[in-house]
Design a protein around this ligand. Sequence first.
Ligand code: SAH
Length: 673
Amino acid sequence: MTGFEALRARMVERDLRGRGIADSRVLDAMGTVPREAFVASDLREFAYEDAPLPIEQGQTISQPYIVARMLEALGLRGSETVLDVGTGSGYAAAVLSRIANRVYTIERHGPLAEVARRRFRELGYDNIEVRHGDGSLGWPEHAPFGGIVVAAGGPEIPQPLLDQLAEGASLVVPVGETLRSQRLVRVVRRPGDRFEAEHLEAVRFVPLVGEAGWLPAELEASEGSTSLEPVMAAPAAGLGPDRPLVRLLRESSEPFDDIGEAELGSLIERIGDARIVLLGEATHGTSEFYRMRARITRELIERKGFRIVAVEADWPDAAKIDHYARLRETPPPEWTAFTRFPTWMWRNREVAEFVEWMRSFNAEREPGDRVSFHGLDLYSLFRSIEAVLDYLDRVDPDTARVARARYGCLTPWERDPAVYGRAALTGTYRTCEAEVVQILRDLLARRMEYAGRDGETFLDAVQNARLVANAERYYRVMYYGSVESWNLRDSHMFDTLSTLLAFRGSEARAVVWEHNSHVGNAAATEMGARGEHNVGQLCRQDFGDAAFLVGFGTDTGTVAAASEWDGPMEIKDVRPSHPESYERLFHETGLEAALLHLREPARPEVRGELEPPRLERAIGVIYRPETELASHYFQASLPHQFDEYVWFDRTRAVAPLIGPELEGVPETYPFGL
Ligand code: SAH
């Protein structure tokens, strides 16, 4: 076996079969075609990297996995005549020629078409015909095709290609309204001119430039750029730890060894007078992220007078922690905090340690100077109803009776509020909107009367009533699509944060702990392109530079996560980061743990170099390593997303709080069972 054959065999096993490619004809073909013959000689050694590579004319040769995925999706038997749009290097057409009878391939750049033609001749692949032209219009002379594959993305599925598809055959093509967000789609032609479309995964290809693709003028408008440069960030000067960008990052980062001992003076200085510091996390189950956030938060509390900690948890559950941490003397909330999925997100040893620290810090201070702990999220519909009713029972039993009747509209849906949303939407059940909004209004109208007794308890009741009103809407709009419900949820979290700041007075400062996807400015990510906003973006809009946004990232290790919603917590291995991701760049610096300042770095080129969008990984409460690229990576521009980035190369899962360590804890202990 030659060196390349060995690399090819490894690629087939690790990057293709290992990621779920199962079609043996595709695997065999990918194991035969020499990918090294389709790249420039200085890139040969990288031919079997798990990554796209640059080719002439500013184009790219797709990542092997993507080629395999697309060809597998065609479902070929071997006797077909197929069309390949976007010849590029010719690699995909060459693989295709091993699993189809005849391949027609079209490329809009003349020189690329020419080089590909020569390669096919030299390799003896004589069932491929290359044409220089606009492939978005297909190749009508040879239609219908038993399969069509397109390696460049337009704003919609090109009609001419649909027309040239044989019955029963598939068209596999990337589409996207913007170049940043493309979906790989398979369309199957059924009898009677019916087409069935199916979304395969999120991808990123160069633009399909042509009559049934992007017109050059549109492309300029859509990207705001003046050139047709490839969007697939292709490494400019080779790969590996010595590329200039990796060196720049290594030299600009501030490494540290130990979370407890890390010197944070320069970070605290950069945070300056910010009123809101948002601390992210790249997963919901990584110990280092929790411990580092606790460490930074302690510094901000001790050195900068921060007195509010607000986290991505439900309001009433967090209130139980707040009660304990602030040593409040009112009766404690009766519920056990954080019993809802995903329990490990807040019920873990890392959080419990931080809560103990807050409690001892607070014990030495006057009530007005203590650090409070709050939840910004809105999933606690029924617990919040309970809290509002408890409150009214105490302060105003008559109003409590009315409120109980009004909330009664929602009680049939306690087991699954999502079912309420669907029933209300389809008209099979009336909406409870008027009722829940009225309760909030009633509470606010009696602000003077109620709050006069105890402002803190009143705030708690109003927040619960507001949560119920927003959650009622949340479950209804959920069915219009994820954009609306995402925005409603993040607006609710931002409004809650604003309310807390206002309540604590004009000098109040808050630390926020939420996932990177809520904390980083959504406008700098593909979420923004979809119309989604988030807490970080709303903070930036309202507070400008007084909001300091910190992102966190990791390469590999373990993470606490479930395999499906409501599933049990598992400790899962985190896959090494994707070659085209920001994480991979940081991994290649060789730094174990480091801070990188992004807002005004000492070397300004840090921003410029990191600016072109790359992949970034987000692991939530669910982690699906099998489909990691599609499920967990999105495009972002790091220096626009965050003011600072905190890196931990290897990380481990949080330690959930369960069992014996909770035996015999006092009744007020928030994590007790
Ligand atoms: N299958 C190729 C991928 C090349 S990238 C490989 O594995 O090497 C996509 C190619 O599509 C680029 O070379 C680009 O020039 C080409 N392209 C873009 N729009 C096109 C169009 N309308 N017609 C033909 N080719 C197009």
